[in-house]
Design a protein around this ligand. Sequence first.
Ligand SMILES: Nc1nc2c(c(=O)[nH]1)N[C@H]1C(S)=C(S)[C@@H](COP(=O)(O)O)O[C@H]1N2
Ligand SMILES: [Mo]
Length: 373
Amino acid sequence: MLSVTPEKQRSRFPEIGDGSGLGPADAFYREEVALALRNRGMPLEGLRYPITPTGMHYLLVHFDIPYVEAGEYSLEIGGLVERPVTLSLEDLRRRPAVKTPVTMECAGNGRALLEPRPISQPWHLEAVGTAEWTGTRLGDLLLEAGVKDEAGEILFTGLDRGVQSDEVQEYQRSLTLAEAMREEVLLIYEMNGQPLEPQHGYPLRLVVPGWYGMTSVKWLARIEAIQGPFEGYQMMGSYRYSNNADDAGEPVTLQKVRSLMVPPGIPDFATRVRLVDAGEVTLRGRAWAGRLEVVGVDVSTDGGDSWSPADLEEPVGTFAWRGWQYKWHARPGRHTLCVRAGDNEGNLQPFEQLWTYLGMGNNMVQRVDVIVE
Ligand SMILES: Nc1nc2c(c(=O)[nH]1)N[C@H]1C(S)=C(S)[C@@H](COP(=O)(O)O)O[C@H]1N2
Ligand SMILES: [Mo]
C-alpha cells in the first residue's frame, strides 16, 4: 500500500506557481532556475567525447552535497544479514576492482520540453553523461554478509537529508535482491580514474547500469537487507509514471532508448538556433538504450517527414552509448534536424512527447533548428 498519500503527492511544489505542479510553457519560476543552477547538464557538444570529462557530466543533487572528512568515512552493511559489517574506504579499495563505462541519465531528462510543463528540475535534453566508474561488486559483499532468506530488497541510504513533499527524509532507494545481485551493480569510489568529486558522491556511491540515475544512490551511508517493499518518498512519491496528482502510476526503472546529436554549426547566444555553412555537414551524436542495445539510428533533416539511417559506431561499453554519424548535404534555408534511435526489443523513440505528471522518461526525438547560409 502507498505510504505517501495522494494528499502529499498533490502538494509536491505547493509553494511554486498556482499549486497545480505545472508551469507555463515559456516562463520558468525562480525556484526552477535555482535548481537548474545547482544541477548542471552536459552541454550537448559534450556528446563528442566517448567518455564525458568529469566536469561536463550532468549532475543531480536533491538536497545539499554532504561534507565528508577523508578518513572518517565508513559504510555499514546490515539489516537482515547473518554477518553485519562496517567497511572503511580502504577496505573497499582493497577488494577486487572493476572499471566500466556507464551511460547515466536522469529520469527527468526532457521534462522541460513537455507541455504542460511539470515543475521540477527543468532539464531540456542534457541530463546524461558517460563516465568510467571504478569500484567493487555489491553482489560479492552481499554474499559475504549472508543475506537472510526473508530479505526481499536491499535498501540504500545516502548521507544527504532534506524535505520533499513536507516529509523530512534521507535520500533512500531500494532494489529487489535479484537486481542488487546483478554482476554489473557496483559500489563506486572513482570516476574517470579519480576519487569521486563531492557532488558525484564522494567517497562512495552506488552505480546501477541500465537504470535511470535516481537508483545510483550517492554518498552511501548504509546498505540494509530488508523484507520490503520499501515505500519511502523516492520510491512512492516520486519516480512514478503517473497521469495526475492522484495517480500512483507505475515505478520508473530502466532507461529507455534515446539518441542525441551534437548541434551542428555555431549557436546564436540567446536562442541557441544554429547557423550552418551550406554544403556537406557530418551530423554526429550518440545513442543508448540502458540494458538493451541500440540497433538503429535515423536522422531527419525535414522536421520528421522523412528519415534516413545513420552509421553506427561500436558501443563504448555494454551499458554505454554508441556513436552515430550521418552526412547531410545542407542547402540554404531553415531546417529542423531530428534524430531517433530504436532498440533490440523494437522500441523506437516517439516523435510526440510522452507526458506524465512528474515528467519522467520523456524520450521523444530531439529537434534542432538550423539556418543554412
Ligand atoms: N544520495 C543521493 N543520491 C542520488 C541523488 C541524490 O540527490 N542524493 N540524486 C540521484 C539522481 S536523481 C540522479 S539522476 C543521479 C545523478 O548522478 P550524478 O549527479 O553523479 O550525475 O544521482 C542519484 N543519486
Ligand atoms: Mo535524476
